[in-house]
Design a protein. Structure first.
Length: 574
C-alpha cells in the first residue's frame, strides 16, 4: 500500500518530528510504501509531489492542529491527534487503514479574524528568557496573522512599553512571566498567564490557549489586595521575584569588591585608600543589602507594596542575626503572607481605609515578622547557616566534587527552568556568607549547554541542517555570555539526546570547578567577568573546567545525534 503521512503539532518541533519517524518506521515494518511530510521548522522536509499524491491509496494525518488537506480531496483519509500515533504507531496505522473515509471536500483549518494582542514577558534574571520568549510570540503571531505588541520587563527595565491605548484596543493580554509583575493596568481585560519557557517553546499553543482560555482579570486596584486569578503566582514565583530584584545588587557588589582586589587582596584594610572605598561600596553597602532586598521583594510579590517594609525589616534582622539567605527567604514569606492576611481580614471604616496600606499593615506585619525572626527563627537558622558555611568552606575534595556534580547537572537539566533556577538561587544566596565556590561551579556549568551545542554543530556538521548550523553559531556566542537558553532549540527538537549530553558536560565542569577551588564574586557575565582582575580565583583552571565540559557535551551529542537525512528519508530510498 502507498500511503502519505502528515504530522504536525502546535510548537512544530519535538512531537511532530518523533511522530514522523515512528510512523514511517511502522509503515516500513508493515511492508507499506510511505512518504512523510513533517510540519516542523527544524526539519528540512518537502511537500508531497503531485506524483506521490496521485499514487497514494491512503492519507493519514497525526496532528494537534489540523493542516490544509484540500489537495487530497477524493483520497481515502484518516485524521487523529498526535498522542495515539506516538503511543502505538503500528496499531494506529492499521486502525487508519480500517477506518479511512474519503476526503470528499477540502478540509481546512478554521480561520478566525486576526486578533490584537498585547503581552508582557519577564524572567528572574531579565536576560535570556525575557527577550527570547518575546521574539517567539512576536514571530508566531505575525505568522498567524495576528497583531501583537510585547513589553519586555528585563534587567534594564521595561522596553517597548504598552500604552493605555495599546491595552484598550487589545482583545487579549498574555503575561508570560516567571516573576510577579504589576497587572493592575489590565483590570477588566481578558488575560492569560503562563511562563516564559512555555511561550518560548510553544508560542503557537500559547497564543491559541490565550485566545480560547483567557478570563477577565479582576485584580483589585487597592494596595495590598491579592489578585483573584486562579493562576496567580505561587511560592516559587515569589522566591524568583525576590531573587530577580536581588541579582543587580549582587552583581554590582561582587564586581566592585573584585575591583578593590586589583590593588591587592588585603589592600582594602588600609583606611582612606581607594581599595577601602571600593570595599565599603561593594561589601559594606551592596552585599549588606542583598538579604533585605531578597526578603522585601518576596514580600512585595505576595502582598504588593505593603509587604516591602516588613519584608526588608525581616531581611535586615536575618542578616544581623546571622541567619543568612535562608533566614531572608523565611522573613520574606512571613512578612508577605502576614501583610496579605492583614489586608484581607482587618475591617476598617471606609474613611480610614487609606491608612491600611501605609500604617496598619506595615506596622503590625513588621512587628509580627520581627518578633518571629528574633525569638523563633533567627537563632536556629543562624546555627544551620554557620554549620553549612563551615562545611562548604572546609569540605574535602570528594565532597566538593560531589557538590559540583549536583550543581552542574541541575544547571544543565532544563536550561533556565525551575531546576536550573533552584541551583542558581542556592549558589547566589551563599555569596552573602562569603562562600564563592558554588557560584563559580554554577556559572561555569550554565555556560556548557549552549557552548556544547555550538561545538556539536561544528564537529558533526553533516548531521545538522543549515538552520541548525546557524543556530549552533548563535548558541556558542550565547554560551560565552552565560545564557544557557541558547541550547533550547536543540533540546526542544531532540530532548532525549541533548539533555543527557548537556548534563554530562555540566556535571564534569561543576566537579572540576570545585576541585580546582575556583571562586566567583559576581553571579553573572560569562567570559566578560574573566577580564576583571581577581573576580575569579584560579582563572586558568576555571577556563579548563568550562572547556572540558563544553567539549564533552559537544562530542557526546555529535556522536549520538542522528542525521535528518537518515531519520526522515522516504522508505523507498533505503
Amino acid at each position: 500500500m502507498n500511503i502519505l503521512i502528515i504530522t504536525a503539532c502546535p510548537s512544530g518541533m519535538a512531537s511532530s518530528y518523533m511522530a514522523a519517524r515512528l510512523l514511517e518506521q511502522a509503515a516500513h515494518e508493515l511492508g507499506w510504501q510511505a512518504w512523510v511530510e513533517c510540519h516542523s521548522p527544524l526539519v528540512p522536509g518537502k511537500a508531497f509531489t503531485r506524483e506521490q499524491i496521485d499514487a497514494a491509496e491512503l492519507v493519514v494525518v497525526a496532528a494537534s492542529t489540523e493542516p490544509d488537506l484540500s489537495r487530497f480531496a477524493g483520497k481515502a483519509g484518516f485524521i487523529d491527534t498526535l498522542q495515539p500515533a506516538l503511543n502505538d504507531p503500528k496499531g494506529w496505522l492499521q486502525q487508519a487503514a480500517a477506518q479511512a473515509a474519503p476526503l470528499s471536500a477540502p478540509v481546512t483549518s478554521s480561520s478566525a479574524r486576526p486578533a490584537r494582542l498585547v503581552a508582557i514577558t519577564a524572567c528572574p534574571t531579565g536576560v535570556a528568557h525575557t527577550f527570547m520568549s518575546a521574539e517567539a510570540l512576536t514571530n508566531t503571531a505575525e505568522q498567524l496573522g495576528h497583531h501583537i505588541k510585547v513589553e519586555t520587563q528585563g534587567s534594564v527595565g521595561a522596553q517597548n512599553a504598552l500604552s493605555a491605548d495599546d491595552i484598550a484596543q487589545a482583545d487579549c493580554v498574555i503575561v508570560a512571566a516567571d516573576i510577579d509583575v504589576n497587572l493592575s493596568r489590565f483590570n477588566g481585560k481578558r488575560l492569560y498567564r503562563t511562563s516564559t519557557g512555555a511561550a518560548l517553546k510553544k508560542p503557537e499553543q500559547t497564543i491559541a490557549a490565550a485566545l480560547s482560555e483567557a478570563s477577565i482579570w479582576q485584580g483589585s486596584q487597592s494596595q495590598g489586595a491579592a489578585p483573584q486569578d486562579e493562576k496567580a503566582p505561587g511560592p516559587y514565583q515569589h522566591l524568583l521575584t525576590g531573587v530577580s530584584f536581588m541579582l543587580p545588587m549582587v552583581v554590582a557588589g561582587g564586581l566592585i569588591i573584585a575591583l578593590s582586589f586589583i590593588f591587592g587582596i588585603e589592600a582594602f584594610k588600609e583606611e582612606g585608600t581607594l581599595a577601602a572605598a571600593l570595599m565599603q561600596i561593594g561589601g559594606d553597602a551592596a552585599f549588606a543589602l542583598m538579604i533585605p532586598v531578597l526578603a522585601g521583594y518576596i514580600a512585595y510579590s505576595i502582598a504588593d507594596r505593603p509587604g516591602i517594609a516588613p519584608g526588608m525589616i525581616g531581611g535586615m534582622l536575618a542578616s544581623s542575626l546571622g541567619a543568612g539567605f535562608i533566614g531572608g527567604i523565611i522573613a520574606g514569606f512571613l512578612a508577605g503572607y502576614s501583610a496579605r492576611t492583614l489586608a484581607r481580614h482587618i475591617p476598617m471604616p471606609h474613611s480610614l481605609e487609606s491608612l491600611k496600606p501605609i500604617l496598619v499593615i506595615p506596622l503590625f506585619a513588621s512587628l509580627f515578622t520581627g518578633l518571629v525572626m528574633i525569638y523563633v527563627v533567627g537563632g536556629p537558622v543562624a546555627g544551620i547557616m554557620a554549620v553549612m558555611t563551615e562545611f562548604l568552606n572546609n569540605m574535602g575534595s570528594a565532597n566538593a566534587v560531589l557538590l559540583g556534580i549536583i550543581i552542574g547537572a541541575m544547571m544543565c537539566f532544563d536550561m533556565g527552568g525551575p531546576v536550573n533556577k533552584a541551583a542558581y538561587a542556592f549558589s547566589v544566596g551563599l555569596l552573602a556568607s562569603q562562600t564563592y565556590g558554588p557560584m563559580a561551579a554554577a556559572m561555569a556549568a550554565g555556560m556548557v549547554p549552549a557552548l556544547g551545542m555550538g561545538i556539536a554543530t561544528f564537529l558533526a556538521r553533516s548531521k545538522f541542517n543549515p538552520a541548525e548550523r546557524e543556530a549552533g553559531k548563535a548558541s556558542f556566542v550565547l554560551g560565552l555570555c552565560f545564557i544557557s537558553e541558547g541550547a533550547i532549540p536543540f533540546a526542544a527538537r531532540d530532548p532525549l539526546r541533548v539533555i543527557p549530553s548537556c548534563m554530562a558536560g555540566g556535571a564534569l565542569t561543576g566537579a572540576l570547578s570545585m576541585l580546582f577551588g575556583a571562586k566567583l564574586l559576581a553571579p553573572h557575565g560569562g567570559v566578560f567577568v574573566f577580564f576583571i582582575p581577581n573576580a575569579i580565583s584560579q582563572l586558568g583552571w576555571y577556563v579548563v573546567a568550562i572547556t572540558a565540559g563544553a567539549v564533552l557535551s559537544g562530542v557526546i551529542y555529535s556522536v549520538v545525534k542522528r542525521s535528518d537525512a537518515h531519520m526522515l528519508a522516504p522508505a523507498d530510498t533505503r
